[in-house]
Design a protein around this ligand. Structure first.
Ligand code: A3P
Length: 315
């Protein structure tokens, strides 16, 4: 069980007090190493950079918030754990627990001073961070990393719904949109987040697998196979014949997960309580059309396009 104790950032208070910051809708955001972080995240990233203890075989999942993290956690956990828990197992952890209970979020664990929980994980460990690649200590940057990202407009819409469902009902979409255009949304700028992992994945594809949410939606079974190959545990012909890649994709589909008791009830999160249910909203591509005017869409598309120009990354 997680508890709510926040480890006060005394150790880092001097540094933190010098960081540029602003407040939006009651949330304080600070600029640390070029990234805008919610106040409580800063000491976590600082501690992660100083105190993270790597273990051989660690696998790190990385993502901008609201880009398919929950899905990637479920898929990776199912792929890596399939020897102990075949996808047909009625008692599979993913049928009893929310995916966030299966793969810990390092940033907040470190913020809360609870990183010792990471030592208790079975090996090889599966970990998650929202940190930019540039912030990762070498001990993490040397691990295999799976990064998932999402078309930025849909990511923002998802973020807005999520913030609202966690209690900030007076947060207008336009406020988040403006922040995002300036690169100041939580864990922004989004383009730096994307480009950091993109360039490492291009330079060393054996170390960083770069996934796009929209491509996963089109062909989840291929994503499952790709994950298994990348993680060094490709499906055997026996597993293929038994239909495991499709079984894992089915078990981790939004409809299957949303229907489970573990995801209909309960909540997760050390700093904000997020209901398990709130992680399974729509799960589609293109939902931005119901939240943005064509003018807003053109504006953010132009910004993102300009920032990504020449990288080879497009949405
Ligand atoms: P929407 O809000 O657009 O529906 P994250 O996991 O990074 O917080 O991202 C949440 C988004 O992923 C939400 O998007 C959610 O519905 C979607 N999602 C969660 N589980 C999913 C799954 N198994 N398959 C596809 N999308 C999923």
């Amino acid at each position: 069980e997680e508890d709510d104790r926040i480890c006060p950032p005394e150790e880092y208070a001097d540094i933190i007090s010098t960081l540029p910051s602003f407040e939006s809708s009651g949330l304080r955001v600070r600029l640390y190493q070029g990234v805008w972080l919610l106040d409580h995240v800063v000491p976590g990233i600082m501690a992660l950079q100083r105190r993270h203890k790597p273990q051989l075989g660690d696998v790190v999942l990385a993502s901008p918030p609201k880009s398919g993290t929950t899905w990637l956690k479920a898929l990776s956990f199912a792929v890596m754990g399939r020897a102990a828990y075949p996808p047909s197992d009625a008692d599979h952890p993913l049928r009893r627990l929310n995916p966030h209970q299966c793969v810990p979020f390092m940033d907040n664990l470190f913020s809360a001073g609870q990183e010792a929980k990471l030592d208790a994980l079975p090996s090889p460990r599966l970990l998650h961070t929202h940190a930019h690649h540039s912030m990762l200590p070498p001990s993490i940057a040397d691990c295999k990393i799976v990064f998932v990202c999402r078309e930025p407009k849909d990511m923002l819409v998802s973020m807005w719904h999520f913030v609202r469902s966690s209690g900030s009902s007076d947060f207008p979409f336009s406020a988040l949109f403006e922040l995002a255009c300036e690169g100041k949304n939580p864990y922004g700028p989004i383009w730096d987040h994307l480009l950091g992992y993109w360039s490492v994945s291009r330079a060393t594809p054996e170390r960083v697998l770069f996934l796009k949410y929209e491509e996963m939606l089109v062909d989840p079974v291929s994503t499952v196979r790709e994950l298994a190959r990348f993680l060094g545990v490709p499906f055997t012909s026996v597993e293929e014949a038994a239909g495991w890649p499709a079984d894992i994709a089915d078990m981790c589909s939004i409809d299957a997960l949303r229907g489970l008791q573990a995801n209909k009830t309960g909540n997760t999160g050390l700093f904000f309580k997020c209901s398990h249910q709130s992680f399974f909203r729509k799960g589609v591509a293109g939902d931005w059309v119901d939240h943005m005017t064509p003018e807003m869409a053109r504006r953010i598309d132009a910004i993102v396009e300009e920032k990504l120009r020449g990288s080879g990354l497009t949405f």
